[in-house]
Design a protein around this ligand. Structure first.
Ligand code: UDP
Ligand code: MG
Length: 313
């Protein structure tokens, strides 16, 4: 029987922790009863440097349910993506399959069973995908949609409307932990791992209690991090722009010479206009070119695994 670890990153979640623990314990007990997971499956709370009583509550839960509830305390707040990574990497030594979920239970715990079924059907990663965003505010909904679109244009492959509610098998987590990069954007990294994947669909609910730990500032940072960690396309765009302006310089030259020979220009105008267009374009092009090399260096220093061998026969 496969041992499940449910990974829950928590930052200042004292209001929801007990509810989250109770709900998730219920889900685990149910799955054990249905003989889908091992008896000693557990929840792993990762306290991400909370300033409130979150860690004390985790300790209490662990005392009350030593097998079912475990905890990892990070020494300081490092953000959701790192907290989740810490949880996954810690859990992979102790389990066969992981499910990551937010502490606020906005994601539907009912589909965890479906995730496990899909795991048993041979999938290594199962993405939880939101059906609609009815409960999100108009602002959160539109910004989030714009974010997925932008990611797509910039060439970052992500699963649409999937956040970090997902199942990962032990070997998927192991492969993931070979990605040593510091600029983490988990959603973008999952498709790089490979293996067979599937999705489950659910309605995202409102937070059980407390308020969002992801203000606009953190959302923008995540978006920019996502693009800049996965794509050197912005550099290519600059280079393209440089080329375009160089071409425009040719047109500007024709225009300037025609104006010059038809004779209604001020002294010095022709040479000035030509320099501005030509040098401007040349500079952008040169910056773009230098950028291309920096982009290559950037990709090299990430030291990402170049392939993942699944099987040899
Ligand atoms: N979180 C974290 N560290 C942080 C911020 C958030 O571990 O610095 C956790 C938080 O406790 C929650 C999850 O990340 O379990 C998602 O945060 P939240 O629900 O506030 O984001 P939202 O759903 O509003 O996007
Ligand atoms: Mg939330």
């Amino acid at each position: 029987m496969d041992k499940l670890a449910v990974i829950v990153p928590c930052y200042n979640e004292e209001e929801v922790l007990k509810i989250a623990s109770e709900t998730l314990r219920g889900v685990i007990e149910d799955l054990i009863r249905k003989e889908k997971i091992a008896e000693d499956s557990f929840i792993l709370f990762v306290n991400d440097g909370s300033k409130d009583r979150t860690w004390e509550l985790i300790e209490e839960e662990h005392k009350a349910y030593p097998v079912r509830v475990k905890g990892v305390k990070l020494a300081a707040n490092v953000g959701h993506q790192f907290a989740l990574t810490a949880g996954l990497v810690t859990a992979k030594e102790m389990c066969d399959v992981t499910v990551s979920i937010d502490a606020d239970l906005q994601d539907d715990v009912a589909v965890i069973e479906e995730m496990i079924d899909k795991f048993h059907a041979g999938n290594d990663i199962v993405y939880g995908v939101r059906k609609e965003r009815k409960t999100d505010t108009f602002f959160k909904r539109t910004t989030a949609q714009a974010f997925y679109k932008l990611m797509n244009i910039m060439g970052v492959k992500t699963v649409y409307n999937h956040a970090d509610f997902r199942l990962m098998s032990k070997r998927a987590v192991e492969e993931f932990s070979k990605y040593q990069e510091t600029n983490l954007f988990l959603r973008g990294m999952m498709p790089l791992i490979g293996y067979q994947t599937d999705c489950v669909y659910y309605d995202r609910k409102e937070r059980v209690a407390g308020e969002s730990k992801y203000p606009l500032r953190k959302m923008l940072a995540l978006a920019f991090n996502g693009i800049s960690s996965f794509s050197v396309k912005p550099i290519s765009l600059i280079m393209g722009l440089g080329l375009f302006i160089m071409l425009a310089a040719v047109l500007a030259a024709v225009y300037a010479f025609v104006s010059y020979f038809t004779g209604h220009v001020v002294q010095g105008w022709t040479s000035m206009i030509l320099s501005i267009w030509f040098l401007g374009g040349l500079q952008l092009l040169a910056i773009g070119l230098v950028g291309q090399y920096i982009g290559k260096i950037y990709i090299e220093v990430k030291h990402r695994p170049r392939y993942n061998i699944e099987k040899v026969i």
